[in-house]
Write a protein that binds this ligand. Structure first.
Ligand SMILES: Cc1cc2nc3c(=O)[nH]c(=O)nc-3n(C[C@H](O)[C@H](O)[C@H](O)COP(=O)(O)OP(=O)(O)OC[C@H]3O[C@@H](n4cnc5c(N)ncnc54)[C@H](O)[C@@H]3O)c2cc1C
Length: 314
């Protein structure tokens, strides 16, 4: 294919940081997803800028991911460059109840740093398996609390390599929403403000939250958390269960019997199976309640490798 020499060039320009035809199932908590043309996990700013430079100069499609805990990658994979903001962008500093964390910082670490410094207000993030970058983009949260409540500002970088600071107010936050979704901006850092608290109280709240998750979610199974957003005044899990969706299975994809808004990969589920199950669940809820559920998870990539090109020949 036309694109391959450039992907090889990217691979060779970023030693040890780029993988060609990388199966995305290795980078998603659903453990599903076909190959990315090239997946780059830069080790520092210089290499991140180099990646962006190549993307811009060669007009390549760019997809940014964190821990892949809120995405479904289709079976044909992702064309272009997948940029993974990971552990090398996870510097955390804490001072005066303020925590500044790199975009690749796992939320579990943010929660633990807050605890160790006696900073409260981050407990609600316990058990969410994403990164700070993914959490800002998705406005991650639970039970009415969300990262927008503690975020002061985010440091972003655009395709031209320019860094931009956006305050929380400028990020258009809503329920699992921010104006970074679909924007070509990468979260490099987030600065959050908590409140001082007693470590033992913070610890207790974290333990309660984790215990609740353990009892109400299939936390150790391969999933992407809640598949659908809760419709106003209701719970998607409740609606799915009442509509008879609980335990529904297509291939190796199953609506969790623990939490009906989770779809679990029993081992070899394909994205096609998950997508068909999503459609089936949506139909059931429409038939029973006349409510159209909307997706919380983001669907990326294409059904077939070289998708569009294959169809042109038919
Ligand atoms: C068991 C389980 C429980 C969960 N519980 C919750 C919950 O309680 N509340 C909740 O809100 N979510 C929950 N989730 C979903 C998920 O963990 C969150 O949405 C999380 O914030 C996603 O972060 P991520 O790094 O995995 O992002 P990804 O899934 O990798 O990406 C999500 C989106 O963010 C973008 N993105 C990621 N990183 C960056 C970056 N650095 N710069 C720019 N864009 C970026 C991607 O392009 C994509 O659009 C759960 C998931 C699982 C598997």
């Amino acid at each position: 294919m036309d694109g391959q020499p450039i992907y090889q060039f990217i691979h060779d320009s970023l030693p040890g940081q780029a993988r060609l035809n990388e199966p995305m199932k290795f980078h998603t908590t659903w453990r599903i997803g076909g190959p990315a043309d090239v997946l780059v996990e830069p080790v520092n700013m210089e290499n991140l800028r180099l990646t962006l430079d190549l993307v811009r100069k060669h007009n390549l499609p760019l997809t940014v991911i964190g821990n892949g805990s809120n995405i479904l990658v289709r079976d044909g994979g992702i064309r272009g460059v997948v940029l993974k903001i990971g552990a090398r962008f996870s510097k955390v500093t804490a001072e005066n109840n303020k925590i500044t964390a790199g975009g690749g910082t796992k939320l579990v670490r943010l929660v633990n740093v807050a605890l160790s410094k006696g900073i409260g207000g981050f407990e609600f993030l316990a058990g969410i398996p994403g990164t700070v970058g993914g959490a800002v983009v998705m406005n991650a949260g639970v039970n009415g609390a969300a990262i927008c409540d503690v975020l002061e500002y985010a440091l972003l970088i655009d395709l031209s390599g320019e860094t931009i600071m956006r305050t929380s107010e400028e990020l258009g936050f809503g329920y699992r929403m921010s104006n970074l979704q679909g924007a070509s901006l990468i979260v490099l850092e987030a600065c959050c403000l908590g409140v001082s608290g007693e470590k033992k109280d913070i610890q207790k709240r974290i333990e309660e939250i984790l215990e609740k998750r353990k009892n109400t979610q299939p936390a150790t199974s391969a999933s992407a958390g809640s598949v659908f957003k809760n419709p106003p005044g209701s719970s998607a899990g409740f609606l799915i269960e009442q509509a008879g969706g609980k335990g529904l299975r297509i291939g190796d994809a199953i609506v969790s019997t623990v939490h009906s808004n989770f779809i679990v990969n029993l081992g070899k589920a394909t994205a096609r199976e998950v997508l068909d199950l999503i459609e089936k669940v949506k139909e059931l809820v429409i038939q029973r309640f006349a409510i159209e559920l909307t997706l919380e998870v983001k669907i990326l990539g294409e059904d077939h490798v070289g998708g569009d090109i294959m169809w042109k020949g038919l």
